[in-house]
Design a protein. Structure first.
Length: 229
């Protein structure tokens, strides 16, 4: 899966995205935004798409959105104009693996349904970590694959749709773990059927050069209970 394939997939889906996958992803999107609305300051939404989440952010936040798809961003900008969303400060076409922002620029960084479609998820995670301010939060909503049980059965049936959307049908959670400055603070399975998971990381404050504190890796629990819709 390369950048051109991602662009082409979302060029095709842009006209109908809100009425297809946009509906499937509603619960996870709402849950993430509710968490962010309790925070303050600047927010970067990576993979903002058609801007479905933008009206849901509270006006005390300053929102910047980026996306790789020109067609999706056109719809997001139209949404901002029509609804008068003055808290949305910028919508930019940009590669999530090469964010054009300084280190520690945002208080909150959120990526919803993004990491399964990018060519290099590990590089994107490094960029999310980099642009998040120390003490800030990185929030992910994503599908992580599971081989066994009812969920594994459902995922197998949904694999053709995932490929048409430009997703990886197989995407283990381990691929987003292990960033040196991100501490896992919360993990929650989301409806429907726990197919999506919300991960909330806190970026560790910068430690003094002579500090001997060590950051301990956080292991992902084997099973999660879905959050209420």
């Amino acid at each position: 899966m390369d950048e051109s394939a991602v662009r082409e997939a979302y060029r095709r889906w842009a006209p109908v995205y809100d009425f297809t996958f946009g509906q499937i992803a509603e619960a996870g999107r709402r849950h993430a935004v509710e968490i962010i609305n309790r925070r303050k300051g600047s927010v970067l939404e990576v993979g903002v798409g058609t801007g479905l989440s933008l009206p849901c952010y509270k006006p005390h936040l300053e929102i910047t959105g980026i996306d790789l798809s020109t067609e999706m961003l056109e719809k997001a900008r139209e949404r901002v104009r029509e609804l008068g969303l003055t808290h949305v400060k910028a919508l930019r076409e940009m590669d999530a693996a090469e964010l054009e922002f300084p280190d520690g620029h945002f208080d909150t960084v959120v990526a919803m349904y993004v990491l399964t479609v990018v060519p290099d998820p590990e590089q994107v995670m490094a960029e999310l970590e980099r642009v998040c301010a120390p003490g800030g939060e990185v929030i992910l909503v994503n599908h992580f694959s599971q081989e066994e049980g009812m969920r594994g059965f459902v995922e197998q049936r949904l694999a053709p749709l995932a490929r048409r959307l430009g997703w990886r049908p197989v995407f283990p959670m381990e691929r987003v773990m292990g960033r040196p400055d991100l501490r896992l603070a919360e993990m929650r399975a989301l409806r429907p059927l726990g197919l999506f998971t919300m991960l909330r990381f806190v970026k560790q404050p910068e430690l003094a050069a002579d500090s001997k504190l060590e950051k301990e890796p956080v292991a992902a629990p084997a099973q999660l209970k879905p959050a209420r819709a």
